[in-house]
Write a protein that binds this ligand. Sequence first.
Ligand code: NAD
Length: 451
Amino acid sequence: MNLIEQQHRFFNTGATRDIDYRIRQLRSLYQVILQYQERIFEALYQDLGKSEQEAYLTEIGVVLSEISYTLRHIRAWSRPASGGFSIAAPFSTSKILREPYGVVLILSPFNYPFQLALTPLVSALAAGNCAVIKPSELAPATAAVISEMLNINFEQRLCAVVTGGVQTAQSLINGGFDYIFFTGSRSVGRAVYEAAAKNLVPVTLELGGKSPCIVERSADLDAAARRIVWGKFLNAGQTCVAPDYLLVQDCVRQELIERMRACIVQFYGEHPEANPAYPRIINREHFMRLREMLAEGTILSGGQVDEENLRIAPTLIENAPFYSKLLSEEIFGPILPVIEFADTRQVFDFISLNPAPLALYLFTRSRELEKRVMRIPFGGGCINDTVIHLASHGLPFGGVGESGFGSYHGRAGFYTFTHNKSVMRKLPLLDLALRYPPFGKVKSVLKRIFR
Ligand code: NAD
């Protein structure tokens, strides 16, 4: 019997419907992560050159905190909800049952290879599903640790890791899952969606895009500089919600650039490309792609590369043409194009050149501008900060349009992996005669009921 069949069979025993069972699994997951913490740090350093501090802040800590939060709320989330009263069906009670989908597949990308595989797993298990994870082959050390950590410590029929590349992923998506949760690029997301559609399998697609960051003249420039540099150069820009490009009002441009330069030195030193605590680019292919982008504009700050260690210094760049890759493709690296605007109306025109982004950031003190910018379609974002909205368990995280659909984190994650099953209970005796044909005589009564 293959792994997916084994999981279906286990799911059908009903074992995962027991909330206490789910709680025990989540508690073990928490403990196992603590046990493997050092190995995870090492793997993340090997794959991406992440320092322990950054790895804890953006990977391990995020997952531990997701487990703790879920454990605090799992009973309330699992409880059936009342379906209210329906005048069309008196003498009835209605309930919404929180049903797990069954066996789910989680496909994850390379950039936060631990967190983006484990956070959806927390929600999937909490909701009572069995799960198979296929981590990214581009972060092989982390994939190996995740695989050992889960395959040794959990029953495979509940949760298992399958490692491999594109072919493995392709055969998995056709493998008979009840739900597919995909995080990755748009092009692969499209292929996953197509395959899922053939089998009518529901999916969540967590994709990327070009996330704008706007700085208007009334903004606090110190805070803007610090928070943009932090959000952009975290994980060397390989963050799906990193600011992809900066739109800055002409009168504050020079001052903002100066302050951003100072922040880069303060955070990463004079030679970030030689700083062992500054992450590297995942592989040579992505390094070369980014290196070519460096030639597409005028460098304002940074631009140094260390080809041997695949590091690119935090870089601010301007004068990139509209047709350049810098301004038309998701950058996904430590290069930030700076575009100046005179009038805020230009901001809306510029953003509308690309499909709906995963994130948007606005630095301003103007409530009026805030209101107008919030009407732009985007997945989620911050006013006067970057990236940090992801840290709130109360905020569903996901895209819109081409940046994906569906969401997770906290309650949203639990319900992503839950089918809301609506059930009405009736008494056998009492019935409304007017629901049965012939209807003619009761038309006026029906009209009053279904107003
Ligand atoms: P990717 O799409 O190349 O790979 C993601 C996963 O899909 C991997 O596990 C890979 O093995 C698998 N895969 C590859 N080809 C496949 C195919 N043909 N069929 C099925 N599965 C296949 O993504 P990546 O390069 O690892 O990650 C970078 C991208 O992910 C960026 O675009 C980024 O914006 C996006 N991303 C989005 C989020 C989010 O939460 N929205 C988070 C991180 C990254």
